[in-house]
Design a protein around this ligand. Structure first.
Ligand code: IMP
Ligand code: MG
Length: 181
């Protein structure tokens, strides 16, 4: 791809991502047998992880989306998390899994979880493709984690830099020269 030249190294190949989606889907399928489950994707980063993961969940589930913002086009997370789009459906008496591309400081998922906990859900868990565990500033344990990665700025497979690179089919570290230009 034309964007390959901007990538320093690959942290999750297409094959690895496929394996991760298969395994996470299997675990969720086993854990939520007989339960009313709603999967909530966090826009825009959850795409395409969300759609690939959904194909591996063999349950009758509902799907909705929320949008929160914290990066504001930079490579650093900002302290303030804003809810830009709330849920459309009710999650009262339902089990919920928040699905996102990555947990970094933990602020976004924590804030979303807080908002959701006021809506009467029976349980709230999180499922992320990537976890920058060492970058955590607010405690948060995602029950479903694809891969734990070092604290480096990554792009691809939904993750962006200034809204670019989301369509890269793998996840890689962005060359410093790209964002220092
Ligand atoms: P947190 O609130 O700091 O945990 O940040 C979570 C959000 O920041 C994720 O939903 C991503 O959209 C974004 N983010 C965190 N790390 C990266 C990265 O390395 N590349 C691109 N986006 C990231
Ligand atoms: Mg995001």
């Amino acid at each position: 791809m034309i964007m390959d030249k901007d990538i320093e190294k690959i942290v999750a190949s297409e094959a690895k991502i496929e394996e991760v989606c298969t395994n996470l889907g299997k675990r969720i399928t086993e854990d939520y047998q007989g339960k009313d489950l709603v999967l909530i994707g966090l826009l825009n980063g959850c795409n395409p992880f969300f759609s690939d993961l959904l194909k591996h969940i063999d349950l009758k589930v509902q799907v909705d989306y929320m949008r929160a913002s914290s990066y504001h086009g930079t490579i650093k997370s900002s302290r303030e998390v804003k809810i830009l789009k709330d849920l459309d459906m009710s999650i009262a008496k339902k089990h919920v899994i928040i699905v996102d591309d990555i947990i970094d400081t933990g602020r976004t998922v924590n804030c979303i979880k807080e908002v959701l906990s006021l809506k009467g859900a029976l349980s709230i868990e999180a499922c992320v493709l990537l976890d920058k565990a060492e970058a955590r500033e607010e405690a948060f344990d995602a029950k479903y984690v694809g891969l734990t990665i070092p604290t480096e700025f990554v792009v691809g497979y939904g993750l962006d830099y200034q809204e670019y690179y989301r369509n890269l089919p793998y996840v890689g570290v962005l060359k410093e020269e790209v964002y220092k230009k």
